[in-house]
Design a protein around this ligand. Structure first.
Ligand SMILES: [Zn+2]
Length: 426
């Protein structure tokens, strides 16, 4: 590692803090997906000043894109003195809703005891700021570098990434002929390399019944009782089967090393009334009950198997339970993604962590998905990891923060990785 580069990054502490604060104060809440244009313009101004060529790209007609809430993205590219490989840092610019329980102003970006507080500090504007400081300082220290550096700020990661990385990947921005290495500075901790994530399958199951008077339920057919039978099959068969499956992926936390399924919601019978409604319920047998399931699966499980396992339980009920009728609607699916441990970006960042922090990195995989899926599946670019400052468990929580020292350390790791990839060898 070049000690000059680390020292130069550390000397930019104030700039790093101010940059992070500026980003936090643009409240890019998703939903609805607001202020994407404002944050892209801010990044455009900053990166243009440092010699980047920038493109602002609107993801027209992707979910949520409208004239009120356009899905804007920025891709900034800085060419080196000689042609060579391109290292791309991709950060999502959106943040999730604030929620209750804050003691800090969620968009105030207050600094207390070496931490910056606010929605998106950890997930992931702190990572975005660290990558910008790393890239700018690298360029100043090595103006004659070989290859290119790209920084992108993309929309909608928190809602699937279709108006962000997926759109850019479809337009060829992650073509392996154009970009060779990708680092996503999600908050996985400064000494860990995240190789990928589990898959996800989301579906709605509706059981059907027949409406009748509540005093004579035998004249109708109760959809909620049918759903009870579905849930009991899940409890007795599906959950034990999922818990018994263990993956070789290094997923953290430990509990996510098995297959899991959340039941996201349940609705049956009479609609819930508004809060000011003071009447009593009418007496009806419910003719419909719906649940949404959120099934997370392992790289060892094919999506077809995940799907068939649930369908087989439902079909079994159709055979054994009189009048059981159901409908299953798939909502979305995402395949697992995992980068090889000997991929160039993994080896490079591992060495950089050792050099900067004096310890070997921990290799992890994420329980939930992030934009790596689109870079892998649409872009066909396998050489991608998540690496960035911040504590994953703070993401989406009240009083979310990022440590300033952590941002500096991870910027030093990113800078060291750029030195090993973009300086002439020997
Ligand atoms: Zn994130």
């Amino acid at each position: 590692m070049n000690r000059n580069l680390s020292a130069a990054i550390a000397a930019k502490r104030d700039d790093l803090i101010a940059l992070t604060q500026d980003l936090i104060r643009i409240p890019t809440l998703n939903p609805p997906g607001q202020d994407y244009r404002a944050i892209c313009e801010y990044l455009d101004k900053r990166l243009s000043k440092h010699g980047f060529d920038t493109q602002l790209i609107r993801a027209h007609e992707t979910p949520g894109d409208s004239s009120k809430y356009p899905r804007w993205n920025i891709v900034a590219r800085r060419e080196g003195a000689h042609s060579g490989e391109c290292v791309h840092f991709n950060s999502h610019s959106d943040v999730v809703e604030v929620g209750a329980g804050w003691t800090f102003d969620p968009f105030g970006a207050e600094v207390v005891d070496g931490k910056i507080y606010g929605r998106g500090t950890c997930d992931m504007k702190g990572g975005l700021a660290a990558s910008i400081i790393a890239a700018e300082t690298f360029i100043e220290t090595h103006p004659d570098f070989v290859g290119a550096i790209e920084i992108s700020g993309t929309a909608d990661e928190e809602s699937g990434g279709y108006g962000g990385v997926a759109y850019l990947a479809e337009k060829g921005f992650f073509d392996p002929a154009r970009v060779q290495h990708v680092i996503i500075p999600e908050p996985l901790q400064k000494d860990r390399i995240c190789l990928g994530h589990r898959g996800g399958w989301w579906a709605e199951i509706e059981t059907k019944g027949e409406i009748a008077h509540g005093s004579m339920p035998f004249l109708g057919d109760c959809a909620i009782r049918h759903m009870g039978a579905v849930l009991s099959e899940f409890e007795s068969k599906l959950y034990p089967a999922m818990a018994a499956r263990r993956t070789d992926m290094p997923v953290v936390p430990e509990g996510a090393r098995s297959s899991t399924m959340n039941i996201n919601s349940i609705h049956g019978g009479q609609k819930e009334q508004s809060e000011d409604f003071t009447g009593l319920p009418a007496h009806c047998v419910p003719d419909s009950c719906r649940i949404v399931i959120d099934r997370r699966f392992l790289s060892e499980e094919p999506l077809d198997q995940v799907r068939n396992e649930v369908t087989a339980l439902l079909e079994g009920l159709r055979e054994t339970r009189p009048d059981f009728r159901y409908e299953l609607t798939e909502l979305n699916s995402v395949l697992p993604s995992i980068t090889d441990r000997d991929a160039p970006i993994v080896m490079t960042v591992a060495q950089a962590i050792e050099d900067v922090m004096g310890k070997a990195p921990e290799y992890v995989a994420s329980p939930g998905t992030y934009d790596q899926k689109h870079i892998d599946r649409i872009g066909r670019l396998k050489n991608c990891i998540a690496y960035g400052p911040g504590i994953l468990e703070l993401a989406h929580k009240p009083d979310e923060y990022v440590g300033i020292d952590d941002m500096i350390d991870s910027a030093c790791v990113m800078g060291a990785a750029l030195e090993s990839l973009l300086l002439p060898k020997g």
